[in-house]
Design a protein around this ligand. Structure first.
Ligand SMILES: O=c1ccn([C@@H]2O[C@H](COP(=O)(O)OP(=O)(O)O[C@H]3O[C@H](CO)[C@@H](O)[C@H](O)[C@H]3O)[C@@H](O)[C@H]2O)c(=O)[nH]1
Ligand SMILES: [Mn+2]
Length: 400
């Protein structure tokens, strides 16, 4: 994601770690250092496959031994930390990294009970790559968790990211990408922007999101578990796109920030939250970090409309379907963008147990929607009849 063909200083990457692991933060500290070499390397060599693991796994990877050595060195350090189960001093580069880890991972810190951790790993206004070009902002976030307080799974994590990124960088367009997906097309951002900002298309300002299909790496030709799930990910969306209401499938999706804040008519054209507090401040400044920690706390949403009318919807394990469907019912449009070359590639579960548990989760999520007052068989009639066309897709998801 850090390697889109786009001015780097206009991009920010937020990593959400619901596992609250110091190993993940360490891995991203290392990735930030490697990015200083990798980003100019990709630019200068016009590399298409910009995930280093994918690139070095292919024949092209033989091009640069020096770069491959740097990558292997980084990977080796991360793997050592994972094997040890902790980040020892010999792995850390400099005192700052040690301080950052010790600040948070204190004795009482557990995965389910810990304060919000927010670390700025790269700051665009000061950090440059080895050729002097700015790097994108890179921020690690592990939201606060407290035992007994509902965290709303991925939807909760995404809502924290939305708020924290609004306080820190406030972009008008957001891309959501799962941790098991890579970017396979440096032009994907431009493709999405063509839809969201098309001056010749009257409907363009009403487009809430541009969804790329879920496509996968490592699926063999027999695909015995039907991991490709092409009816849901590539066939139905083509038809729904014609009606302007394609489903959201959770990842590889560019959202208009405004769309996640209410129906098209109710949100002002240029909503720009907290600009006055933010203007001119570094994202790593104490004031900005304080605001970001505040919005990443467990209690922040209490008594607000987050998850009910704002952001990603709560109440279903398939927050993606639920949120996309709600946006369509509110009158927003959505676009399916399926270039020949996959824009994003994901991993699939390889064992039967994992496939079954994934499908069970999806079924529970869809049934949660079916038994709610937003049941797709009836709710759309009251709101946006066009959104009713997502019903067949809902049914084929629930009963594949
Ligand atoms: O409490 C949680 C649970 C999950 N995740 C993230 O959610 C993403 C998807 O999780 P994964 O385990 O890969 O689930 P899948 O079943 O493969 O996900 C599919 O189904 C989900 C529910 O419909 C969608 O959100 C996903 O985008 C879609 O790829 C990952 O990045 C996780 O890190 C969280 O952040 N917090
Ligand atoms: Mn997944």
């Amino acid at each position: 994601m850090m390697v889109f063909d786009y001015p780097m200083e206009k991009m920010s990457v937020y990593v959400s770690d619901d596992g609250g692991s110091e190993l993940t933060l360490f891995a991203f500290m290392e990735a930030a250092r490697f990015a200083r070499h990798w980003l100019p390397f990709c630019r200068e060599n016009k590399i298409q496959e910009r995930c280093p693991e994918a690139y070095f796994g292919s024949l092209d990877g033989e091009q640069s031994k020096e770069m491959k050595d740097l990558y292997e060195e980084m990977k080796g350090k991360i793997e050592r930390a994972v094997m040890q189960g902790c980040v020892t001093d010999d792995l850390l580069d400099g005192e700052d990294a040690r301080i950052a880890l010790e600040k948070y991972w204190t004795a009482g810190f557990t995965r389910r009970d810990h304060p919000a951790v927010i670390e700025v790993l790269l700051e665009s206004s000061v950090d440059v790559d080895i050729t002097g070009h700015p790097l994108p902002n890179l921020v690690y976030i592990s939201r606060e968790k407290k035992r007994g307080v509902d965290h709303h799974f991925k939807a909760g994590a995404l809502n924290v990211l939305m708020r924290a990124s609004a306080t820190m960088t406030n972009a008008p367009v957001l891309l959501t990408l799962d941790c098991d997906m890579i970017c396979n097309d440096p032009q994907a951002l431009q493709r999405a922007l063509c839809h969201l900002l098309d001056p010749n298309e009257e409907a363009s300002p009403k487009i809430a999101f541009v969804q790329f299909p879920q496509r996968f790496r490592g699926v063999d030709k027999h695909d015995i578990y039907d991991n490709e799930f092409s009816s849901i990910f590539r066939i139905n969306p083509i038809g729904l796109d014609g009606l302007g209401c394609t489903n959201h499938v959770g990842t590889g999706c560019f959202f208009r920030w405004r769309a996640l804040h209410g129906p098209p008519s109710s949100v002002p054209m240029h909503t720009n939250s907290n600009c006055s507090e933010r203007c001119g401040k570094m994202i790593n400044s104490e004031a900005i970090l304080r605001m970001a920690h505040d919005v990443a706390s467990c209690d922040y949403e209490h008594g607000t409309k987050w998850g009910l009318e704002i952001g990603f919807w709560y109440g279903s394990l398939v927050e993606d379907f639920y949120t996309g469907y709600q946006l369509n019912c509110e009158g927003w449009k959505s676009v399916f963008c399926d270039p020949d070359e996959p824009a994003f590639l994901g991993d699939v579960p390889s064992r039967l147990n994992d496939v079954l548990s994934q499908h069970k989760r999806w079924m529970i999520g869809l049934l949660e929607v079916a038994f709610s007052k937003h049941n797709p068989l009836i709710y759309f009639i009251k709101t946006n009849p066009i959104a009713g066309f997502t019903t067949p897709s809902f049914l084929s998801g629930a009963f594949p």
